[in-house]
Ligand binder design. Structure first.
Ligand SMILES: NC(=O)c1ccc[n+]([C@@H]2O[C@H](COP(=O)([O-])OP(=O)(O)OC[C@H]3O[C@@H](n4cnc5c(N)ncnc54)[C@H](OP(=O)(O)O)[C@@H]3O)[C@@H](O)[C@H]2O)c1
Length: 305
């Protein structure tokens, strides 16, 4: 089968190669999925799990991409709950070969049925952004109707999802980003927008919850705009920043069937939309994932159609 592999950490995405690889086998409780659409997160090649297994041993050549939508083609020993021919989507294990391939083996528990009226491209684009936004707002941020929420990077892939979900939950949403992202953030439902390259973050006043996707200095300064007892949720790694009397929670997204079902239902009834910037075929994926100019929104690779 065709798959993208990486072997050279220093090369970054420029080191991606489309090669022939053996077809995967389904282990206990796995399924094999024929990938129809695959998603890749920009900084995956900096994650240790791309390069080593859980014991720290080299696992290259490894196949990146952790978001998928596709069709089940084989069941491993003992696998229940899914059938051959079923449309599925989900988030894959960081330490296993991923979704930039024609087929992959994946634990059945990581997959959710994808309704027949939802395109594979949309399914793949929903997985990482949708789960990250959901877990950040509802599980870690414990968002409540009537609260004010500051969503950093609100025109981006995760931020646009968080903006829509926070609005639907009854929060007042202030988006941030670069000035060029203002209209996109407002279109996704932000009620106000702060351009971090034009004004100061501190201009927003006080909020109950910050959802941070930018990290660094922005994460640190965000603690200062949170009301006493509020929460800073970040997905960019641990930070020392703490809101006064409140909590800082850094997390990495996990697969969750029930949450993906909730998310895809919102897509079906028009309450939620994905932020897709570019769609390319697997044969063109290396070029698409090494763009010469910045692509706004998610790049989705269509593998089978
Ligand atoms: N921990 C987890 O589980 C998890 C899960 C998913 C994603 N993430 C991380 O979350 C981050 C965001 O991912 P994404 O896919 O949403 O990226 P994205 O689509 O590039 O979104 C980032 C947004 O923030 C804007 N932005 C970036 N730097 C900025 C700055 N210095 N000042 C103002 N605006 C800025 C970007 O604008 P431009 O487009 O103009 O640059 C873009 O609109 C990544 O680091 C990703 O690895 C973590």
């Amino acid at each position: 089968m065709k798959a993208i592999v990486v072997t050279d950490q220093a090369a970054g995405t420029a080191g991606m190669k489309l090669v022939e690889r053996p077809e995967p086998q389904a282990a206990i409780n796995d399924v094999v999925v024929q990938i129809h659409a695959s998603g890749f997160t920009g900084n995956e090649l900096t994650w240790p799990s791309t390069w080593t297994d859980r014991a720290g041993r080299d696992r290259t050549p490894s196949t990146p991409g952790h978001e998928l939508a596709g069709v089940v083609t084989a069941l491993g020993y003992g696998t229940t709950g899914l059938s051959i021919g079923q449309r599925v989507f989900g988030l894959t294990d960081w330490y296993r070969d991923g979704t930039l391939a024609e087929y992959m083996a994946i634990e059945a528990r990581s997959l959710t049925p994808l309704p027949g009226d939802v395109d594979f491209t949309v399914g793949a684009a929903l997985v990482m952004a949708g789960l990250t936004a959901w877990q950040g707002l509802f599980e870690h941020g414990r968002i409540q109707a009537g609260q004010s929420v500051l969503v950093h990077g609100a025109a981006g892939v995760v931020g646009s999802m968080a903006t829509q979900l926070a609005r639907e939950a009854g929060a007042y949403v202030i988006g941030t980003g670069r000035a060029a992202g203002r209209q996109t953030a407002l279109d996704f439902g932000a009620q106000e927008f702060v351009a971090l390259d034009k004004g100061a973050l501190e201009d927003v006043g006080k909020v109950d919850l910050v959802f941070d996707v930018l990290g660094g200095d922005i994460a640190k300064r965000s603690a200062g705009v949170i009301r006493a007892g509020g929460t800073l949720v970040t997905v960019t790694g641990p930070t020392e920043a703490r809101p006064s009397g409140g909590l800082t929670i850094d997390f990495v997204v996990v697969p969750d069937r029930a949450q993906l079902s909730e998310l895809v239902q919102r897509v079906r009834d028009g309450r939620l939309r994905t932020n897709i910037g570019k769609v390319a075929a697997l044969d063109d994926a290396v070029a698409a994932l090494n763009p010469t100019e910045r692509i706004k929104g998610k790049t989705i690779i269509r593998v089978h159609s």
